[in-house]
Design a binder for this molecule. Structure first.
Ligand code: ADP
Ligand code: MG
Length: 707
């Protein structure tokens, strides 16, 4: 499994470098590079049934000898005709003269591509082709992989096959304990790997997917169960019962019941000599900051220091401002520590943190991962707060904990997550939920519409801009692509059914369309594949009011605050999880302007589960309830995905390959129950060395995932 990819036949240095770009270094890596989707070539149609839109599969007999001609001097065309019972198709290939001998008269092929009809003749250009040979059945599904320059579908398919052959002996070793595999009717790992790459049917593909998802969830669950059993033994300095009424009475508002509960949880935890390990989960705007400030105050009142680490500099600065506003009036010294500061400034903060004399010491520090750097030492650590837990690896939290020995730990997450799921996903932490919003927030009126509303929607965009507002439009894809014709791995559920899906709008494509439609508006696009400098520049222009309409992928989900934005339009809204839609909706309604959210979806036309789901957004404005409904309707995958493009497939710092596609809460719960039971009976998995190794790999490999 750890064999270098360069050892496979036909992979030289250039290919090796190309594979490295895909994160593929070993035989194991390439086997774990699952297809992004499949071509449904088994669904063979007659030429007359091709719809002229997408690609389709046709079995045709070659009717004429291929003829080669040259055009424009250099390009050569190879043409021949082939037929089925419904018609004749002219097939063309470019610059591939060697195919002349392949398509011999009378031979039969399965062609896959786009069929065009002109007059009563059909045409296909450079279709995929497979010979029909006696006794050999063609696979119904052909895998498609994410590629990079220098690697073709053909090449990677061949290399994966070679890797599978090479490891055939090793892979027959089953990773899952046999009782568990049987109990949940999971197929063998070797079967799963073979069938995820080259499925022999939809049913086998579904079985493979289900097994691999379980394996991933189980591995993840083992990791956090092990972490939890370790946590229970971590000591900390007890902070005693501190009186924080000075903070509470200084607030210009009354705490919500949920906030009071969370602060009580924290107080109790911090009074113990076992380290607090708590996560506060609450919607954006639910008031987590003041809870964190209360915890920091408890630490400081008991003579200890508190640190808060945020994933980005913008967020760190925001927290610094909010928290010093709360704590500085109480005479507590707060400082900022971020990478962009000068060496002299940093040194001053380092010194203040390590200061032995309490009167000169910095009590509270807020920063980025600069807090993890070597120069940082705390004289008297007591509390570490981290923000946005899903963006930090478990390992990074561990580094911070090491610098802060005997400290309590508090994590804040803005992803409202259902209680049932929180217990599993954040299994190594105690969970406090803020499920109540402060009073008096603006409600963003929400509509669910289909294409028939397009014209009215365009008018609405113009009206908002004319009145001085700004508009966000979110699209699910980055660029228009041919890939829309393919069957995405997400589209096949765990029973082997295909979920219907409509073509996706893309940020780049749609912004061009709108720029043409609205020549007087300033339209820009933004997506995760852009360089961060470019992204920042576009975002800055938007926040300064120099862009009217920002067409974007979900990158705008986190941390943007443009109070002047008053309309959020989400295209292909059925493609998003409700929690994600809720986060997106939270980008508007932040200022004084009356704000709106419009969800555009084909699903809005007919009564359907997708429509019911979207309609939740019309009536429900509480992220917590929305998350519960989403979990009921879609399963847990959406939550494992983390919600935003940036944190795609990350949870607790772990990146999932397939588990983020899980639509079965039952399966998820089983994986966690079994993991907990196994760790209880064998805390360091001594009897399952391979499993242990897989767990270690999942958690160590991904601790580097941070932005
Ligand atoms: P988040 O949970 O997103 O971090 P914040 O802590 O930033 O939310 O709070 C959002 C805003 O709500 C802040 O301006 C804060 O002062 C205010 N706020 C917090 N708690 C309450 C409350 N109980 N009543 C009214 N406003 C509150
Ligand atoms: Mg906040």
């Amino acid at each position: 499994m750890s064999t270098d990819i360069g050892r496979l036949y036909g992979i030289g240095n250039a290919k090796k470098a190309a594979y490295a770009k895909l994160g593929i270094y070993t035989v194991e890596d390439i086997i774990a590079h699952y297809p992004r989707g499949y071509e449904d070539r088994g669904n063979v149609k007659l030429l007359c049934d091709a719809d002229g839109q997408g690609k389709s599969s046709h079995i045709l007999v070659v009717a004429t000898e291929p003829r080669v001609s040259t055009v424009k001097g250099r390009m050569s065309l190879l043409k021949f005709r082939a037929y089925d019972e419904s018609g004749v198709c002219e097939i063309t290939f470019f610059n591939q003269n060697y195919l002349k001998s392949v398509f011999s008269l009378g031979s039969e092929f399965r062609f896959y591509g786009k069929v065009e009809k002109k007059g009563n003749r059909y045409y296909m250009s450079s279709p995929a082709y497979e010979p029909i040979l006696d006794g050999i059945e063609l696979p119904p599904l052909v895998s498609l992989y994410h590629l990079t320059e220098g690697i073709t579908q053909k090449q990677i398919t061949k290399d994966i096959r070679a890797a599978m052959t090479l490891t055939a002996a090793a892979e027959s070793k089953e990773l899952l304990p046999e009782e568990i595999r049987k109990k949940y009717k999971l197929c063998y790992g070797s079967f799963a790997l073979r069938n995820i790459h080259s499925p022999d049917s939809f049913a086998s593909l579904a079985a493979a997917k289900r097994r691999l998802i379980f394996e991933e969830l189980f591995t993840f669950a083992l990791g956090i169960s092990m972490a939890r059993s370790k946590n229970e033994a971590v000591r900390a300095i007890p902070c005693g019962e501190q009186d924080i009424s000075s903070l509470i009475s200084s607030l210009p508002y009354e705490l919500t019941g949920a906030q009071k509960r969370v602060i009580e949880d924290i107080k109790k935890d911090m009074a113990r000599n076992i380290a607090m390990n708590r996560i506060i989960v609450g919607d954006v705007g639910s008031g987590k900051t003041v809870c964190a400030a209360a915890a920091m105050l408890i630490a400081v009142l008991s003579g200890r220091q508190a640190a808060l680490m945020a994933p980005t500099e913008i967020l760190a600065r925001q927290h610094y401002k909010d928290i010093s506003e709360l704590l500085a009036p109480l005479g507590i010294r707060c400082e900022l520590l971020v990478g962009a500061m000068t060496t002299a400034e940093k040194r001053r903060v380092h010194k203040g943190l390590a200061e032995a004399d309490e009167s000169k010491r910095i009590s509270v520090v807020i920063g980025t991962q600069a807090l993890l750097s070597d120069g940082v030492e705390f004289a008297c650590p007591g509390l570490v707060v981290t923000d946005e837990q899903h963006r930090f690896g478990v390992g990074q939290r561990a580094t911070l904990a090491k610098k802060n020995e005997l400290s309590h730990m508090l994590v804040m997450s803005a992803t409202p997550i259902p209680r049932t799921l929180a217990l599993t996903v954040y299994g190594d932490l105690d969970v406090s939920v803020i499920d109540e919003m402060p009073k008096g927030r603006q409600r963003v009126d929400t509509f669910v519409v289909d294409e028939s509303y397009r014209e009215r929607l365009d008018g609405f965009i113009k009206k908002q801009v004319r009145e001085g507002g700004q508009v966000y439009i979110v699209c699910p894809a980055v660029e228009d692509s041919e890939e829309d014709d393919d069957l995405s791995i997400e589209d096949i559920d765990l029973e082997g059914n295909i979920r219907p899906s409509s073509p996706l709008r893309s940020a780049v494509g749609f912004s061009a369309e709108l720029a043409e439609k609205f020549p007087n508006l300033r339209v820009e696009f933004l997506h995760g594949k852009m360089k961060s400098q470019q992204k920042d520049a576009v975002m800055k222009e938007f926040s300064e009011g120099n862009v009217d309409v920002l067409v974007s992928t979900t990158v705008i989900e986190v941390g943007v605050n443009v109070p002047n934005a008053c309309l959020m339009i989400v295209e292909n809204a059925d493609r998003f999880g409700l929690s994600q839609l809720h986060q997106l909706r939270g980008r508007v309604g932040r200022g004084k302007r009356k704000s709106y959210c419009v969800l555009v979806s084909d699903a809005a036309t007919e009564e359907s589960a997708a429509k019911d789901r979207l309609n939740v957004m019309r009536t429900c404005y509480d992220g917590y309830t929305i998350a519960e409904r989403d979990l009921e309707m879609r399963g847990p995958g959406d939550f494992l995905r983390g919600g935003s493009e940036a944190s795609l497939r990350q949870s607790g710092g772990v990146r999932f390959r397939l588990a983020s596609l899980c639509d079965d809460m039952g399966l998820m719960k089983c994986a966690f129950d079994e993991a907990r039971a196994l760790v209880a009976s064998d805390p360091s998995l001594d009897s399952y060395p391979e499993l242990r190794e897989t767990v270690d790999r999942m958690f160590t490999l991904d601790t580097g995932t941070i932005n």
